[in-house]
Design a protein. Structure first.
Length: 151
């Protein structure tokens, strides 16, 4: 699941990275979603679907269809409430093998606060701060850990 398709480049990488997986990428802007779909078609990707809708209206449909989210890439509405809200709405569809990736975690004060709240969530077992992106894992039976990668 990708929230924020932009031009489809990250969707292409994810779809090519696991051709057996099904990727749903959601983009709120119609024109941008069309560009993403054109780029995906140009490459010949068959396992990615671009959905042009607001995240709020499409998430219930995505959950019904996907059942479990193995990978979620959050790169859309960069506000505290929206980011934490998307995380909380996706959380019930995660399992201990899921990975959630948050883009732009240090982009603004809102995103910094959202990242802090997300990594402290009881369901998160491991978080990794890559500065631009944050990764959260849900593995059960391990001690909660946070890593900051400096490069």
């Amino acid at each position: 699941l990708e929230l924020g398709s932009a031009t489809g480049i990250s969707a292409i990488y994810m779809a090519l990275g696991n051709p057996d997986a099904r990727l749903v990428t959601v983009e709120g802007c119609r024109e941008t979603a069309m560009i993403a779909q054109e780029n995906i078609n140009r490459i010949g990707i068959k396992n990615a679907t671009v959905v042009n809708a607001s995240f709020e209206e499409v998430l219930p449909l995505v959950f019904f269809d996907l059942k479990t989210i193995g990978l979620a890439f959050f790169d859309g509405n960069h506000t505290f409430d929206a980011t934490v809200g998307y995380f909380e709405r996706c959380l019930p569809y995660s399992d201990e093998n899921s990975l959630f990736i948050f883009d732009d975690i240090h982009w603004s004060e809102d995103m910094e606060r959202a990242w802090e709240k997300i990594k402290q969530h009881p369901s998160v077992s491991v978080s990794i701060d890559l500065y631009r992106m944050g990764l959260v894992f849900f593995r059960k039976g391990i001690e909660k850990q946070h890593f900051l990668i400096r490069y």
